[in-house]
Design a protein around this ligand. Structure first.
Ligand SMILES: Nc1ncnc2c1ncn2[C@@H]1O[C@H](COP(=O)(O)OP(=O)(O)OP(=O)(O)O)[C@@H](O)[C@H]1O
Ligand SMILES: [Mg+2]
Length: 366
């Protein structure tokens, strides 16, 4: 009997391999090869509690200086809300400011912003890439501490870091017993404007590059001609800089190669595991490539003009909203219809719920 399906190849990952990818574990070894950053470790418990709370509340910041989120707004024709004063009092009642959960960290963060200028945050392994929609600039660039709180709170990836970072590890129970719970770290990287076309993900297995993927899944016509230049730079970078400094022989690293294509910048390390996005490869493909047979002839895979549509919707697809919701945002009538349908569904659900369920707490304050 022949097999009509391909078996999923097992890719084992240990707690130590995941821990090696935490920012503080590798950052200091790559000075001069990675953008400047500050690491706050351990993250105070009050801040982790704040990140895990439902809803988004920002610190009422008056005692720490000005924030654009609390700039004085004069009452004029454009913002003549009848409940203007009442609502601002309700949202920030005296004595309930969230900054009470982490006053020292809040002050330290403000000092770091003053010193470093614009920056982008990361919690241990993950950046809030899925939440850029919440900032006016639609990027990860934070110019003040409240931008950073908004991004971290709105991100599902950050909550993942807190809850399930080691879920895939085969030895998680014994490692947790031995080392105790994880210590989280907050990373603040100095912002620089980078061209997403020139970011790459490098898959390294048994100390050899087995594949490189474009990281931003759009088609850029000029990349194809540069393939050999990128491969030469990456071979040298991985051989001379990364392998001697990184403790594992299998990992996935993210790099940036800006013009004039003379230097490679290290952006991040990720475990060689299915939880790391394999981008233009599949994990089965990567698991079955034999680095010894490859003899350095790995593929640098790019989005092609004729397959751009295939990948256009892949990024953050787990966080995308139904088309009806997206359409409704620009169409008041559709919003009304959607709200009515939503109300009907909720009523149906309530009718179906058993009476001894806990009442859900809702907190939509922003
Ligand atoms: N210092 C920086 N300045 C500007 N942009 C940055 C900086 N560092 C990272 N970025 C951008 O943020 C993106 C995400 O960063 P990073 O790879 O560290 O996040 P991540 O959460 O580990 O991502 P993944 O889940 O794909 O591994 C990068 O692709 C890059 O575009
Ligand atoms: Mg990463």
């Amino acid at each position: 009997m022949t097999n009509e399906y391909v078996e999923l190849s097992e890719i084992k990952v240990s707690v130590q391999q995941v821990k090696n990818c935490a920012f503080s574990q590798w950052y200091s070894k790559f000075a001069g090869h990675t953008p400047q950053a500050k690491v706050i470790k351990p993250v105070p418990g009050g801040f982790l509690e704040y990140l895990e709370q439902d809803g988004i509340k920002l610190p009422n910041d008056s005692q720490f200086g000005k924030s654009s989120y609390y700039a004085e707004i004069g009452n004029n024709e454009d913002n003549e809300y009848s409940d203007w004063e009442a609502s601002s009092d309700e949202e920030h009642p005296q004595g309930q400011d969230v900054v009470q959960l982490f006053p020292e960290l809040h002050k330290e963060l403000k000092d770091i912003f003053r010193e470093m200028g614009s920056l982008t945050p990361k919690l241990t392994w993950s950046s809030p890439k899925d939440a850029t929609w919440i900032l006016a600039n639609n990027t990860l660039k934070c110019t003040e501490v409240n931008d950073m709180y908004l991004l971290l709170k709105a991100s599902n990836y950050i909550t993942h870091d807190l809850d399930r970072a080691l879920a895939e590890c085969f030895d998680k129970n014994s490692a947790l017993e031995q080392d105790g719970p994880l210590q989280h770290e907050l990373v603040l990287r100095k912002w620089f404007d980078l061209n997403p076309a020139l970011e790459f993900r490098v898959f390294v297995k048994d100390s050899a590059i087995i594949g490189v993927s474009q990281r931003d899944l759009n088609y850029y016509d000029y990349l194809e001609l540069l393939t050999e230049t990128f491969k030469d730079l990456l071979d040298e970078f991985v051989e001379d800089i990364v392998l001697p400094r990184f403790p594992d022989s299998s990992f996935v690293c993210d790099v940036y190669i800006p013009r004039p294509f003379e230097k490679v910048w290290l952006i991040d390390f990720n475990p060689f595991a299915r939880k790391t996005d394999s981008l233009l490869f599949s994990w089965n493909e990567l698991a079955t490539i034999d680095p010894y047979k490859l003899e350095s002839d790995y593929e640098l895979r790019l989005v092609q003009e004729n397959n751009v549509a295939r990948f256009a919707s892949k990024e953050h697809s787990e966080n995308q909203v139904p088309k009806e919701v997206a359409d409704a945002i620009t169409n008041p009538k559709a919003i009304q219809e959607l709200a009515e349908k939503w109300g009907e569904l909720l009523n149906m659900q309530k009718a179906g719920d058993s009476s001894d369920d806990e009442p859900g707490e809702q907190n939509n304050s922003l």
